[in-house]
Design a protein around this ligand. Structure first.
Ligand code: AMP
Length: 424
């Protein structure tokens, strides 16, 4: 079959890489793709959020399946438009994508469905929000309700910091329109995990567990980013935890969406905190995590094309998934200065040597300048390796990374440390 992938980041590189290796897939096209994806797919210069042009592209190319990678086009209704044109699409329509597009909607739906999550209030008025912050005290969590590329969450250690965040968001200074509503949440404590499910109507198929590192600095310190690394599986997700997340979080939220007429086809990503009172939902995403997708695709042994087409055609019950027993660690290489400002156009060398050393290099924020590959975004590469243990995979990935020749590239040296500590 011919598959069209929408997006141009590390997640989409991992999806295209896996689709290219799927026996059922003859051809992969990707819009807009990136220089890494160009090794796996024919890239077409259409932006991932240009809905009209993407629909036109699909009509011209007639793919057998469209896989929508990022959240923005899903929230904008790309999947609905493509389904209206008769395409098989992996990705939810806009009504279901609100689960990610609006944190206030998502929290209210969780409340309605009885899904365990932190206590919360939604505010649009800064004085009222400040009052809540002062009465609950710190630590406390302040979230911009709209899409903010994973950066709209402040886990405030002091009341002062929380009040500042609330005022910054509601004034439109931080995150623009996405911050015009804020969600204030009780702070939860525990280990975090990413539990992803392929959903197709009432059928829900868990993917292998994973854990990402959202914080910029080692030891999970510093500001939140789009994600600095990930690994799979996450040992804290025992079969019992996996079952609890499926039954108390995934099934009820999918049912609550359906009750509102929003049937879900695509990836349901539950970010969960494993608290002393059991797993609680931090957030829902409606697509693969980036970078969690990179270790997951590296470990998946099933034919991805067959699996996603079955989900798109509501035949998911026909599918079982096979996984490589080995562990995978993905380290994100970012431009120095990310998530604030950074210089673009720096030449990145040594990529072949990194791969020759046994890692897979997924491109996220790269571009071509002449014959050279240069950085064009904050998160630039997702370098991924397998090993018999997380510790072995971690050693393999950092050893491969020693061949990277890019002085402006920075990465955390401790991705997977919690799992490594457990193994020790
Ligand atoms: P989110 O985008 O909502 O998942 O938030 C990003 C990150 O902020 C999460 O991965 C957590 O590390 C942290 N976070 C979000 N909500 C809470 C909460 N209620 N308590 C503690 N940490 C949180």
């Amino acid at each position: 079959m011919k598959v069209m992938v929408v997006g141009g980041g590390g997640r989409e590189h991992a999806l295209c890489w896996k689709l290219k290796r799927s026996p059922s897939v003859k051809e992969v096209i990707c819009a807009p793709g990136n220089p890494g994806i160009a090794r796996e797919a024919r890239c077409v210069r259409v932006a991932a959020d240009a809905v009209d042009e993407l629909v036109q592209l699909a009509c011209d190319e007639r793919p057998d399946l469209v896989v929508v990678g990022p959240e923005a086009p899903l929230v904008l209704g790309l999947a609905d438009r493509l389904r209206d044109e008769g395409f098989a699409v992996f990705g939810p329509g806009s009504a279901a994508a609100r689960l990610e597009g609006s944190k206030s909607f998502s929290k209210r739906l969780m409340h309605e469905a009885g899904v365990p999550t932190a206590r919360f209030e939604v505010h649009t008025n800064a004085d009222e929000a400040e009052q809540t912050v002062r009465s609950w005290g710190a630590p406390i969590v302040v979230k911009a309700s709209g899409l903010a590329a994973g950066k709209g969450v402040i886990v405030a250690q002091t009341v002062k910091e929380a009040v500042h965040a609330v005022r910054d968001m509601l004034s439109g200074n931080a995150f623009g329109e996405a911050g015009s509503q804020v969600v204030i949440e009780e702070c939860l404590f525990g280990e975090e995990a990413s539990c992803l499910f392929i959903v197709s109507g009432d059928d829900i198929l868990p993917l292998a567990s994973s854990q990402d590192h959202k914080a910029l600095l080692e030891g999970d310190k510093g500001p939140n980013t789009g994600g600095m690394g990930a690994y799979s599986p996450a040992p804290c997700v025992t079969p019992e935890v996996e079952d609890t997340v499926l039954e108390t979080i995934a099934r009820p939220i999918v049912a609550a969406l359906k009750k509102r007429g929003a049937e879900f086809i695509g990836i349901l990503y539950a970010g969960v905190m494993l608290t002393a009172d059991g797993p609680k939902t931090l957030e829902f995403n409606v697509r693969f995590g980036d970078p969690e997708c990179q270790p997951l695709m590296t470990r998946l042994q099933s034919d991805l094309g067959t699996v996603l087409l079955a989900a798109a055609e509501k035949r998911l019950h026909e599918v079982t998934l096979a996984w490589d027993e080995r562990k995978a660690v993905c380290v994100v290489v970012a431009s120095r200065g990310y998530p604030e400002s950074f210089a673009k156009g720096q030449v990145i060398g040594g990529l072949d040597a990194v791969e020759a050393a046994g890692a897979t290099v997924f491109h996220a924020g790269t571009a071509m300048k002449g014959e050279a590959i240069v950085n064009s975004g904050g998160r630039v590469l997702g370098v991924t390796a397998l090993g018999e243990t997380v510790s072995a995979a971690q050693t393999a990935v950092y050893s491969a990374l020693s061949h990277l020749d890019w002085p402006g590239g920075v990465y955390r040296r401790d991705i997977g440390y919690r799992a490594v500590a457990r193994e020790a």
